[in-house]
Design a protein around this ligand. Structure first.
Ligand code: ADP
Length: 257
């Protein structure tokens, strides 16, 4: 794979108390910088803004009111980018921020503008770091939209920029035949070639209080990739350097292809 989109979930980026997992972030930055040095084009879709914002503001859980959630996201997003900037710069890696709203799906001109930005950043060996523009896109936080969440957003971005592969890092080793947090006898499915209603029946909701989509949105993302005959891998992001192994062809996590 030459052009790769990597999506990291809140559960990978933050500890259960909401504080940033700096070790995981550092390893992620080290790994992605390494890929760029190998000549790959890398796009990072990063969740975590709300989790980080909650921590900074000393809040225990997501506020119910949307404007308050957006305020939390606003605080968290800038802190998140500050940390990425710091860690990536250690590895000599440049980054750019792209905050998207559905306009890029709904309006061809917005879409083309966004695509031009991606192409230019990639040409300059910059890693674009993408998130939904929470302050403007209300629905993301409400789970009612076209993007819905960063899982689907990452697949939409991967499809739009013609990425060969979407790597989704979560707090779980892959896709299981039932929710492994609830069932001890759940077993890992290492390859999924098509997604139908039966596949969705195996998926449960989010695992942690800071996680968002759970497995359903990850399957929807995989559906988008499969439609365009592109691959998605779901793997555990506890040690983000797992990406090197995945790209070496080591059988880890679940391959959707
Ligand atoms: P992230 O923050 O990485 O996006 P989520 O909490 O949104 O993580 O989604 C991952 C969670 O989905 C897992 O921790 C698990 O609890 C839950 N889950 C539900 N059904 C399944 C399944 N069939 N296989 C794996 N995980 C599942």
């Amino acid at each position: 794979a030459k052009r790769i989109v990597i999506k990291v979930g809140t559960s990978t980026l933050t500890h259960s108390n909401g504080k940033l997992n700096l070790q995981a972030i550092d390893q992620l930055c080290y790994t992605l910088s390494g890929l760029v040095n190998e000549g790959k084009e890398v796009v990072l879709v990063s969740s975590g803004a709300i989790g980080v914002g909650l921590g900074i503001l000393g809040l225990q859980s997501r506020p119910v009111a949307i404007p308050e959630q957006q305020a939390v996201a606003s605080v968290g997003q800038t802190q998140l980018m500050t940390v990425y900037q710091q860690r990536f710069s250690v590895y000599g890696q440049k980054i750019g921020q792209i905050l998207l709203t559905h306009d890029v799906v709904d309006y061809p001109i917005s879409r083309q503008n966004a695509l031009n930005t991606f192409e230019n950043l990639l040409q300059l060996n910059v890693i674009p770091i993408v998130n939904e523009n929470d302050a403007i896109a209300v629905d993301e936080l409400d789970h009612h939209t076209k993007f819905g969440d960063n899982d689907q957003l990452s697949a939409i971005v991967a499809k739009a920029i013609g990425a060969d592969l979407l790597i989704m890092l979560s707090d779980i080793d892959g896709f299981y035949d039932k929710n492994p947090r609830k069932f001890d006898d759940a077993s890992l499915i290492d390859r999924v070639t098509e997604i139908d209603d039966a596949t969705f029946k195996l998926a449960g909701g989010r695992g942690t209080k800071f996680g968002t989509g759970g497995m359903i949105t990850k399957l929807k993302a995989a559906e988008i990739m499969l439609e365009t005959k592109k691959a998605m891998v779901l793997a555990n992001g506890e040690n983000p350097s797992i990406i090197f192994k995945l790209l070496d062809g080591t059988n880890l996590g679940t391959l959707f292809m």
